[in-house]
Design a binder for this molecule. Structure first.
Ligand SMILES: C[S@@+](CC[C@H](N)C(=O)[O-])C[C@H]1O[C@@H](n2cnc3c(N)ncnc32)[C@H](O)[C@@H]1O
Length: 265
C-alpha cells in the first residue's frame, strides 16, 4: 500500500487534502509548500514516484477573488500562495521595459511594448487594481481578439508565471529531486505550456546517458560524461491527451506528460 505526500503552495487546497487524509488514514500527508523548498523539508525521505502536475488549477482560475482570469472581474492578485508580490504590485510599480520584457518572455506577446506603454499611461491616472482594468488596457492596445482567443490571454499567462516564479520553481525542484527519488523511482511531469515543457525536456536530456558505442575505442570522455547520468527517459515523445479527454476537459488540451526512471542502484 502506498503513502502519499501531497505538496501545494496554495493554502486553499488544505481542506480538500484533509478529506483525503480522512479517507486514507495514515497514508496521506499534506505539505503546504512551494515545490522548490519542499525537497529540503522532506529530509531523507525517498519516494518511488514523484508526479508534478504544474500550473494553475481550475479552482484557482475559476475563483474571481484570486485574480487569475480576465473572464471574471476581481482583484489583480494571481498569487498561488496568497503571499508575496501580487500582479497588481508588479503592474503598478515596475518600469515600462521590465513589464514589456515579462509580457514578451513569458507570454510570447508581440505587442508587449505597446501594452506596457499603455499600462504606464493608465496607471498615471489611477492604480490598476482589477483584472477587468488590465484586460481593457490590453484590448485597447491590440484589439479584443487574436484569432479565436481573447487578446488578454498571453499577458495574463505571462503575469501569472512571473508572479509565482513558475519556471524558477520548476528548475530548482528538478535540480534537487534526485535527492528524494528512490532507486528505480519514477519522475512524471505534466506541463501546460512550451516554456515549462522545454525545461523538463532539457532536464531529461541532460540527465539521461548518451548512447555510446560499446567498444574499447569509444572516447573515454564520452564514457566519463555518462558516469554521472541517472535518469532513463521513458517517454521519447511527450504523451498528450486523446481527443475524448480534451472534449471532456478542454483545459487538458495543452498538457504534455514526460516520464523518467532513476536507474541508480
Ligand atoms: C494543475 S493544478 C493541480 C491540480 C491537482 N493535481 C488536481 O488534480 O486537482 C496545479 C497546482 O499546483 C500548485 N502549484 C503550482 N506551482 C507550484 C509551486 N511552485 N509550488 C507548489 N505548488 C504549486 C498550484 O497551486 C495548483 O494547485
Amino acid at each position: 500500500m502506498g503513502n502519499v505526500v501531497a505538496i501545494d503552495r496554495d493554502p486553499n487546497v488544505k481542506i480538500y487534502a484533509d478529506q483525503l487524509i480522512n479517507d486514507y488514514p495514515g497514508r496521506m500527508q499534506f505539505m503546504q509548500s512551494d515545490f522548490a523548498s519542499s525537497v529540503g523539508k522532506l529530509g531523507s525521505a525517498r519516494f518511488d514516484g514523484i508526479v508534478m502536475d504544474l500550473g494553475v488549477s481550475s479552482m484557482q482560475l475559476d475563483s474571481r477573488a484570486r485574480g487569475f482570469s480576465f473572464t471574471y472581474d476581481g482583484p489583480l492578485d494571481m498569487r498561488m500562495s496568497h503571499s508575496g508580490y501580487s500582479a497588481a504590485d508588479f503592474i503598478n510599480n515596475a518600469g515600462e521595459q521590465e513589464i514589456a520584457d515579462v509580457i514578451y518572455q513569458y507570454g510570447d506577446e508581440t505587442y508587449s511594448r505597446k501594452i506596457a506603454r499603455k499600462i504606464i499611461e493608465q496607471r498615471q491616472q489611477e492604480p490598476i487594481t482589477s483584472t477587468s482594468m488590465l484586460a481593457s488596457i490590453i484590448h485597447s492596445s491590440r484589439g479584443p481578439r487574436q484569432g479565436k482567443i481573447d487578446s488578454a490571454t498571453k499577458t495574463f499567462q505571462a503575469l501569472r508565471i512571473y508572479v509565482n516564479d513558475e519556471l524558477g520553481q520548476l528548475e530548482q525542484f528538478l535540480n534537487n529531486c534526485k535527492n528524494i527519488l528512490a532507486s528505480q523511482g519514477k519522475l512524471i511531469i505534466v506541463s501546460f505550456h512550451s516554456l515549462e515543457d522545454r525545461i523538463v525536456k532539457n532536464f531529461f536530456k541532460a540527465n539521461a546517458p548518451k548512447l555510446v558505442a560499446q567498444s574499447k575505442y569509444s572516447a573515454k570522455s564520452e564514457r566519463m560524461e555518462n558516469s554521472n547520468k541517472w535518469l532513463k527517459v521513458l517517454t521519447k515523445k511527450p504523451l498528450t491527451p486523446p481527443l475524448s479527454e480534451i472534449l471532456n476537459n478542454p483545459r487538458a488540451r495543452s498538457a504534455k506528460l514526460r516520464a523518467g526512471q532513476d536507474f541508480r542502484l
